[in-house]
Design a protein around this ligand. Sequence first.
Ligand code: KIV
Length: 285
Amino acid sequence: MSERKKVSLPMLFRKVAEGKPITWLTCYDYPTAYLQDQAGIDMILVGDSLGMTMLGYESTLPVTMEDMIRHSQDVRRGAPNVFLVGDMPYMSYQPSTETAIRNAGRFMAEASCDAIKLEGGVEMADRIHGIVSSGIPAIGHLGLTPQSVSALGGFRVQGKGALQAKKILDDAKALEEAGAFAILLEMVPDRVCQLITERANNCIIMSLGSGPHAHGQLLIYHDMFGLYPRFKPRMAKIFGEAGKVILDGLTQYVQEVSEKSFPQAENWFTMPDEEYEELLQMLDK
Ligand code: KIV
């Protein structure tokens, strides 16, 4: 297991003060969490994107709190030292502040998360305020917010026009004032992200496809390694063709079993001759 110190909120703010970018990835399972912790990732998001990347839904909307808690627990077991963020799924916080606090508390109590994230701007500021007032660190999410993909007109850049950009800046201020310790900007133009980062007071700004000026970067793990078959977003750099490596291995497995070249002697177990003889005698009786 990793020897490194557990990443805490003060450590994240220290990195920001020292001008060191924060690293953040999505993760949904134990073995990947283990590898991410070993690699020294600062933060993990158990995103509701798991609905698409792990469960094969068309969107994130069908994801439940039970799905999120189960996967967050798996990730925490694999990555005890990262700063773990649970993503609040669709309708786990929208109905009321009370619902939001109760479900945020589940991430902390049942999955040992360090913080939660939720989508939305000024209209969600009271949810953020309620959650933070209950002692739970909260992250806001602006720009492309996948739970509102229908209202936003699809998976597209948000804030290209001055009016829309101003609304994102106002939303960021409202979330910061409500107590969010961080805000994720997804698919927002780089200059909008820069303006928000420069204006942030005591709030960490993270970028997903929003350029280099934020305090840190987030990527979706499956996009980085070619593991999501449906599409590859432009903002994702491929850091390794894991999907291809796995597919090649699977194809080889099918071929070797079919042509009887797998298994070989080193892949099975034997029993001593005398035990085998005794067994045969038993069967003859
Ligand atoms: O669910 C998720 O992984 C997210 C990212 C798209 C930011 O919210």
